[in-house]
Design a protein around this ligand. Structure first.
Ligand SMILES: Cc1cc2nc3c(=O)[nH]c(=O)nc-3n(C[C@H](O)[C@H](O)[C@H](O)COP(=O)(O)OP(=O)(O)OC[C@H]3O[C@@H](n4cnc5c(N)ncnc54)[C@H](O)[C@@H]3O)c2cc1C
Length: 498
């Protein structure tokens, strides 16, 4: 039985701790905040409740597996999971709307034919077929297995089988980026371009440079579905925490780890803010790269993978709106209101340009009775991808409300109050510089969208959570917990749990 010091109580770290406890080890989680969940937070005020982190769950299979492997009660007995319908309503810049059904690809094609025009659905379906190939080729190495020692294969080889377009008197052209797919394979219709590019934006990535392999992001959503959790995503964090306690994982809250203690060339424990040293046989760190380096006096042990960095990704702004009046019948759970000016938005997010008048926003209207004081009120959360470190002022919130109004026309007269969570709040909650949110690992792009391996260069130290392989997002962070537990329990020969 090994004593394991886990740094941070984010979703990835808790998933690892529960699995390690079941394997007979003794994990102790040191969390600097007074609660668990990290990015998966909850704002409660005057009978309203809002998720301050992600509002929907993709790929619930990862958490189903966690609950099956760590106890008797399955996930579905502990949290209410519902596939939302439609999966998403799109309000395009020209005002046209499309409701895309959940995990029904034929239905998505029909909806696109009806809105964009005949042939659009077939083009999208053919794109999804190619995306499936990318998924089949990258699913094991980029979700289910520890990072390959020869990760350069993933960095150099594009798994997306792009179409080659021949042009008169010019060279053949092939899409190498998500934006390229929009132009070359989806026919360049502004709405299909917006649809595909929004998947990069939602994960904080630049569609102009995100590799074609980012096609797995829409593929995952449209194939495996999008799920709401009763009571909000925080209820999933509650369930994982409760499972940890059941397996006798120990939690120390308000316990800021300030140093990883080394002995005889391996990690041997953690030092806390009050100077106390907690010895351990293994250390599992579920924190951002800059935090981890700081715990080792600035030395990086994360290996040579180029990897997603806190300086190259975006953050999020969430605006939580308490509204008077009931949620109308037929309201979509999630509406994406596309920005008015694509180029201006990308320049703002990735090139240091000014904020556009109307950025792309995702409007979440859950209709969950437990999140409102009574049926005569509605809780709405708006999520916006914003540049890392962005300072948010009144004019920014006004721009978000103007965009939101396209999904909630009577918004202004219904607002009781609103609260915002800006990048600096995310930075405080997670420790990531600038409030940056990591994306799932993606192949190609010379490895710059991979994440470092879970086993680090310091023996006995493992990395878990969104900043380690296989990356950010709830399912991927959950998988990192499974991989770390496997590597500690079975050793370096562990090849994945599926
Ligand atoms: C607004 C927002 C929207 C998001 N939307 C989505 C989405 O739509 N889909 C999706 O899949 N994902 C989304 N994510 C990302 C997702 O929430 C995370 O990737 C996921 O929760 C994994 O988190 P993690 O395990 O890396 O831990 P984190 O949530 O990063 O938590 C890290 C923990 O470590 C603690 N910590 C830091 N330093 C120390 C220290 N020195 N000592 C002790 N403890 C420390 C922190 O307090 C924190 O609790 C979103 C995140 C945010 C903030």
């Amino acid at each position: 039985m090994a004593r394991i010091a886990v740094i941070g109580a984010g979703m990835g770290a808790m998933a690892a701790a529960a699995r390690l406890a079941v394997a007979g080890h003794r994990p102790v989680v040191f969390e600097r905040a007074s609660t668990y969940g990290g990015a998966v937070g909850l704002l409660e005020r005057e009978g309203f409740a809002f998720d301050t982190g992600p509002g929907l769950l993709p790929l619930p299979a990862v958490y189903r597996d966690l609950f099956v492997k760590t106890g008797k009660e399955p996930l579905e007995d502990l949290v209410g999971l519902t596939q939302i319908e439609p999966a998403v309503r799109h309000v395009f810049a020209d005002g046209t709307t499309a409701d895309l059904p959940n995990a029904r690809r034929a239905g998505v094609a029909e909806a696109l034919d009806a809105v964009v025009g005949s042939g659009a659905g077939a083009r999208w379906s053919a794109f999804m077929d190619r995306a499936r190939e990318a998924w089949d080729r990258s699913r094991r190495p980029l979700l289910e297995e520890p990072l390959w020692p020869n990760w350069r294969v993933l960095a150099d080889r594009e798994p997306y089988p792009a179409l080659t377009r021949k042009r008169l008197l010019r060279k053949d052209r092939t899409a190498t980026t998500l934006a390229g797919i929009g132009g070359l394979e989806l026919g360049g219709d502004a709405r299909l371009v917006a649809l595909v590019e929004q998947y990069a934006l939602a994960y904080g990535l630049d569609p102009r440079t995100a590799p074609a392999s980012a096609a797995v992001l829409p593929y995952m959503e449209q194939t495996f579905g999008t799920w709401a959790v009763s009571g909000g995503l925080r209820a999933l964090a509650d369930a994982v925490y409760a499972r940890c306690l059941q397996r006798r994982v120990e939690f120390r809250f308000d316990a800021d780890v300030t140093r990883i203690v080394e002995k005889d060339g391996r990690a041997a424990g953690v030092e806390l803010g009050d100077g106390a040293v907690e010895e351990a046989d293994f250390v599992v760190a579920g924190v951002a790269p800059s935090v981890l380096d700081g715990l080792l006096a600035g030395r990086s042990v994360r290996g040579e993978v180029p990897a997603q960095s806190e300086s190259a990704l975006s953050s999020r702004l969430t605006v939580h709106l308490a509204l008077r009046g009931a949620r109308p019948e037929g309201t979509a759970h999630r509406t994406v209101v596309h920005g008015a000016d694509r180029d201006a938005e990308l320049a703002w997010l990735f090139d240091g340009g000014p904020r556009p008048d109307r950025p792309t926003v995702a409007v979440l209207r859950t209709g969950d009775p437990s999140q409102v004081p009574d049926a005569g009120h509605e809780a709405v959360t708006v999520i916006v991808t914003v540049p890392a470190h962005a300072r948010v002022g009144g004019a920014d919130v006004e721009a978000v409300l103007a965009a939101t109004q396209r999904a909630v026309p009577d918004l202004r007269e219904r607002i009781l109050w609103h609260e915002i969570r800006a990048p600096q709040d995310i930075a405080e909650t997670t420790g990531a510089a600038g409030g940056v949110v990591p994306a799932p690992a993606l192949a190609a792009a010379r490895g710059r969208l991979l994440h470092p391996a879970n086993a680090t260069a310091l023996p006995g130290l493992f990395a878990v959570g969104g900043w380690s392989h296989p990356g950010g997002g709830l399912p991927h962070a959950g998988m990192s917990g499974a991989l770390v537990a496997g590597l500690i329990v079975e050793g370096p020969q562990f090849r994945g749990s599926q």
